[in-house]
Design a protein around this ligand. Structure first.
Ligand SMILES: CC(C)(COP(=O)(O)OP(=O)(O)OC[C@H]1O[C@@H](n2cnc3c(N)ncnc32)[C@H](O)[C@@H]1OP(=O)(O)O)[C@@H](O)C(=O)NCCC(=O)NCCS
Length: 178
């Protein structure tokens, strides 16, 4: 079963990315050093990087039950960030979230992640996982608020390319079993 292309929550719209989103994604968050410090992908240096991401996203949606989502404000449609699924198998997906700097601190990450969990449930994902830098308290707090459980024994070696390019570092591994 395919994930819906658009989902509304109290304050947000989660929608599958479109090629026309490139400029907004680049300017709102993908090029921002503060926003991308702890993410697992290299900060976008030019809009070409963002276009490549959007192409990848479309391929993910074609290949798997779902893929990345854009997060927008329901009030004015403004782009706030991104979340969604990275499928590793038909019923296993990783998730994450990233918000433009001016959208931090309003509970949007929590609201978006709860919606992603509900979509996962509907489309038959058995296990959602997420990795997180140990120092990124706000991020793992969001995961824990939404019911993700840290696997104390599973420390995945992950590259944080905007913190230490080319170096693998221990990351917290979180799971949500549906
Ligand atoms: C991490 C991020 C997604 C949080 O988004 P957000 O919408 O501000 O998160 P929420 O408001 O839903 O929840 C944040 C929680 O962390 C808490 N928090 C914020 N900063 C914190 C800190 N430095 N230490 C501990 N907790 C912190 C908040 O108080 C809130 O908890 P509460 O609801 O119990 O008060 C956002 O800061 C972001 O996009 N950062 C950049 C991208 C990124 O790092 N993504 C994650 C990669 S793993």
């Amino acid at each position: 079963m395919k994930a819906p292309l658009r989902v509304e929550t109290d304050r947000l719209i989660l929608g599958a990315p479109e090629p026309a989103d490139a400029a907004a994604v680049f300017e709102r968050y993908a090029n921002d050093p503060d926003v991308t410090r702890f993410v697992s992908w290299p900060r976008h240096q030019s809009i070409n990087d963002t276009e490549a991401f959007l192409k990848f996203s479309a391929q993910e949606w074609e290949r798997w039950p779902g893929g990345p989502y854009m997060i927008r404000s329901r009030i004015d449609g403004r782009l706030l960030g991104g979340t969604g699924f990275g499928f590793e198998g038909p019923s296993d997906a990783i998730t994450g979230y990233v918000l433009a700097r001016d959208a931090w601190g309003y509970g949007y990450a929590t609201e978006a992640l709860k919606a992603v969990i509900e979509i996962a449930r509907v489309i038959g994902v058995a296990c959602l996982s997420a990795t997180c830098h140990p120092q990124h308290r706000a991020s793992w707090h969001v995961l824990e608020k939404c019911g993700f459980v840290r696997n104390a024994r599973a420390h995945r070696q992950v590259e944080f390319p905007n913190l230490a390019p080319g170096m693998l570092q221990d990351a917290f591994v979180y799971r949500f079993v549906l």
